[in-house]
Ligand binder design. Structure first.
Ligand SMILES: C[S@@+](CC[C@H](N)C(=O)[O-])C[C@H]1O[C@@H](n2cnc3c(N)ncnc32)[C@H](O)[C@@H]1O
Length: 366
């Protein structure tokens, strides 16, 4: 079945969308997003800040012509594996090679550079070996890129589930290893071996691949540099900032630099910053989306860029800019704006101090 278009679509989608552990992921509220947009007439849709790709996946399942985008390469690889990919799967013998027990645990860049930082020595060697195995897959290049992307996607999910808070912004391997009662985290998940998680994520990803009713794509561009603009609907889910807060988890490169490094393994040694935070990556990304006072201008620029499309935007109450400001900006572009809100408790952190203060908003600008 190419896509699911039944009355119960909202509920079905949660059972079939790829699982994610990502800051700001909209996976849990996909049914609510679908309810808000399902009456709108549109065929083509651009997911500008695609992240895990779960919103793109919702639209692909709904039969839309989806373009997934994210400026981080590791997210692009997930988009390539799950959104752009219609039917290329890893064969059984390839899965067997990728998941075979490690005979010669070779050390590599991760083992040498990240000793004691995020994972144990054995896990670091497992990661280095997996990367070489992914690159050793062979075959026709057009097919291979999808197979490798599925394997990378599974590797990223594996690394995420083994991290405290599913983030890489702190060197806190000790949180996993300390022999204390914990009020957070999942000891069973942390203790399960990388190889077991990896195999499960490979199988899950393979099940998520399906041919869309229309051809779908994945791109790896900055929001304001996406070459095409002729989409019926543009979905925006930018980093969320709050006034007078550190907003450190809105900086996706600093939270996930390790996954971005895995996605750029060959150039990783050249990309590591020689600074106080020696693991951050030197990438020329537009950081204005993460900076208070700077982000209003880029919101305005993106509204102008996609002036001919219906805009649907996720943001939260108590953010900066405020929902009222965002609405006003859209109205200045001649838009009629409607707003929906709902309560949402975040698994990863409680940015507004209390879960009851988290209100997810959807601005629909036609
Ligand atoms: C809130 S998350 C999106 C979450 C996504 N909707 C999901 O459900 O998984 C924001 C995403 O925007 C991406 N991003 C940040 N600045 C960007 C830019 N200038 N251009 C493109 N993507 C950007 C980040 O890498 C991050 O994945």
């Amino acid at each position: 079945v190419a896509s699911i278009r039944c009355n119960d679509f909202e509920n079905t989608i949660l059972g079939i969308a790829p699982s994610t552990r990502y800051q700001g992921s909209k996976r849990k509220i996909l049914p609510w997003i679908w309810q808000a947009v399902k009456e709108i007439e549109f065929q083509s849709v651009l997911d500008v800040f695609g992240g895990t790709g779960c919103v793109s996946y919702l639209f692909k399942r709904a039969g839309k012509k989806v373009t997934f985008n994210d400026h981080l390469k590791f997210n692009y690889l997930s988009g390539h594996a799950l959104i752009e990919n219609d039917d290329i799967l890893l064969a059984d013998d390839e899965i067997a090679r990728l998941t075979a027990p490690l005979s010669r645990r070779k050390s590599g860049f991760v083992t040498r550079t990240f000793k004691g930082i995020y994972f144990t020595d054995t896990e670091n060697r497992w990661i280095d070996t997996s990367i070489s195995r992914i690159w050793e897959l062979s075959g026709d290049e057009s097919i291979l890129s999808f197979k490798r992307a599925i394997a990378f996607h599974a590797l990223f999910q594996t690394c995420l589930v083994k991290r405290p808070f599913n983030l890489f912004h702190r060197a806190n391997l000790y949180l996993r290893q300390a022999d204390v009662e914990r009020g957070f985290g999942n000891k069973a998940t942390w203790e399960k071996r990388f190889a077991i998680h990896f195999k499960a994520f490979l199988q899950e990803a393979q099940k998520c691949v399906f041919p869309g009713l229309q051809k779908c794509f994945a791109t790896n561009c900055d929001a304001l540099m996406i070459p095409r603009t002729n989409f019926d609907l543009v979905y925006l889910d930018p980093p969320y900032l709050r006034a007078a807060c550190q907003n450190e988890t809105a900086d996706y490169l600093s939270c996930y630099h390790f996954l971005e490094g895995l996605a750029r393994y060959a150039e990783w040694p050249l990309l590591i910053e020689n600074s106080a935070n020696r693991f951050s990556l030197k990438l020329a990304l537009d950081t204005r989306w993460n900076e208070l006072g700077e982000n209003t201008a880029v919101f305005d620029a993106v509204f102008e860029k996609f002036r001919n499309s219906i805009i649907v935007m996720s943001y939260k109450k108590y953010g900066s800019p405020s929902i009222a400001t965002l609405k006003r900006l859209l109205e200045r572009h001649g838009r009629k704006v409607s707003i929906r809100t709902r309560h949402y408790s975040y698994a990863l952190n409680q940015q507004n101090g209390s879960a009851t203060l988290n209100r997810e908003c959807l601005l629909i600008a036609e």
